[in-house]
Write a protein that binds this ligand. Structure first.
Ligand code: PMP
Length: 430
């Protein structure tokens, strides 16, 4: 096995320098099991951040489903095959009626790019409404609609067909308190007005019902409902990006958008869908899918292959058989209650928010000015790593600790996390 220095040297030599590593002292992970990771020295870490390994690292049923299907067949989608149609049927069964046509892809980015193509084709417009700080993927088309990237370091800003509304963040956003929801709804209306003033129509509003990279933001109640209504009335379609939050993570529902009682026209999914296998999808209505069938074939070499679909089916089966959505609800609530108790003990915690096992802790230097506590977040994340707990940070101010573990996370894991966080917050000295 290579030692850390040798790996680092080879990374420097052969991998793109814009790839980053977590932690000041990076860790050399060699094995995963459930919610745990193990480094080359055998140190065990509690994984509180990997929302891709949804049903747990190295789940034996995933390995076995993959092996069984690989041994038998792996082809593209141009043959009759049970696996893809059964899986498509089961995915659409988790969604509201009407969302019943699937396109299978290989990453969240591919799904969002295809969603944009579907929307642009259907509306004959490119005018896209996005939320500030949102991230929807790494393809060129998605950097254009992701303020998280194009408005950040190295970015070149939004193209003129992209209309950005301020982050609907009830904690530190532009509109707060009793005016919060209406303030952001008006922002959507203004974006539509601006599009219409050029004699154009909106193509799409693309949103995460709970923002991930934007800093674990819970959108104000009622916002999404009104925003969807406005966009749809103006002839646009609504895309729910469920790449981070889907598949039962939010606990109360299988899909994040369901927590707002809305029905999107297009849903994109990825990350947890294949538990680490590159599997993703776009699901839409028959009408939108048919409009896209304009003579140009949609072919995807790997998307929807039998191995991917067998793995995706195993993920769905495990979520059901191990009751992981209920677990996300129970353990998430237990964790949120305790984190809120920590907030009353430690002034550094400005806000605790989340649903199910998708939680954010925003650290501030001052609860009145909300000055972001960036160095403190870095200190805490690195200290927690030394104590065997893996966390990450995000948000436009890089001051939100993210908790989004595999859904097999237990109440004992939550208690351990809270205890260590309590001690670390108490002891932090910069
Ligand atoms: N949408 C959201 C909300 C995401 O968080 C991500 C990845 N962080 C993507 C899309 C892109 O997914 P992928 O990295 O699989 O291309």
């Amino acid at each position: 096995m290579l030692n850390p220095k040798e790996i680092q040297d080879l990374r420097d030599k052969h991998l793109g320098p814009s790839l980053s590593l977590s932690y000041k002292q990076p860790i050399h992970i060699v094995r995963g099991a459930g919610q745990y990771l193990f480094d080359a020295d055998g140190t065990k870490y509690l994984d509180c951040v990997n929302n891709i390994q949804h049903v747990g690292h190295s789940h034996p049923r995933i390995t076995s489903a993959a092996r069984k299907q690989y041994q038998n067949l792996n082809t593209n989608t141009r043959y009759l095959d049970d696996t893809i149609v059964r899986y498509a049927q089961n995915i659409t069964n988790t969604l509201p009626a009407g969302l019943d046509v699937c396109f299978f892809t290989n990453s969240g980015s591919e799904s969002n790019d295809l969603a944009l193509r579907l929307a642009r084709n259907f509306t004959k417009s490119k005018q896209t409404i996005v939320l500030d700080s949102a991230y929807h993927g790494h393809l060129s088309s998605l950097i254009e609609i992701s303020p998280y990237k194009h408005a950040g370091p190295g970015g070149t800003g939004a193209p003129d067909f992209v209309h950005t509304i301020p982050v609907p963040d009830p904690y530190r956003g532009k509109h707060r308190g009793s005016e919060c929801t209406e303030g952001y709804v008006q922002e959507v209306q203004r974006a539509i007005d601006s599009i219409q003033s050029k004699n154009l129509r909106p193509s799409a509003l693309i949103v995460e019902a709970i923002m991930g990279c934007g800093g674990q933001i819970l959108l104000p109640p009622g916002f999404l409902n009104s925003a969807f209504e406005l966009v749809q009335r103006a002839g646009g379609v609504c895309i729910a990006d469920e790449v981070q939050i889907g598949f039962g993570r939010v606990g109360s529902h299988f899909w994040g958008f369901e927590t707002h009682g809305v029905i999107p026209d297009i849903v994109t999914m990825g990350k947890p869908m294949g538990n680490g296998h590159p599997l993703s999808a776009v699901v839409t209505t028959r009408v939108i899918a048919h409009a896209f069938d304009n003579g140009m074939e949609y072919f995807n070499s790997f998307g929807g292959n039998p191995v991917s679909c067998a793995i995706g089916q195993a993920v769905l089966d495990i979520i059901r058989d191990e009751d992981l959505q209920s677990n996300a609800l129970d353990v998430g609530l237990h964790l949120l209650i305790q984190l809120n108790a920590l907030k009353s003990k430690h002034d550094l915690i400005g806000d605790v928010r989340g649903v199910g096992l998708f939680i954010g802790i925003e650290l501030v230097k001052d609860r009145n000015t909300l000055e972001p506590a960036n160095e403190e977040v870095d200190y805490i994340i690195n200290k927690m790593k030394d104590k065997g707990i893996l966390l990450s940070k995000d948000g436009p101010n890089h001051n939100v600790i993210k908790i989004k573990p595999p859904l097999v996370f237990t109440k004992e894991n939550a208690d351990f996390l809270v205890k260590q966080l309590d001690d670390t917050l108490a002891s932090h000295k910069l």
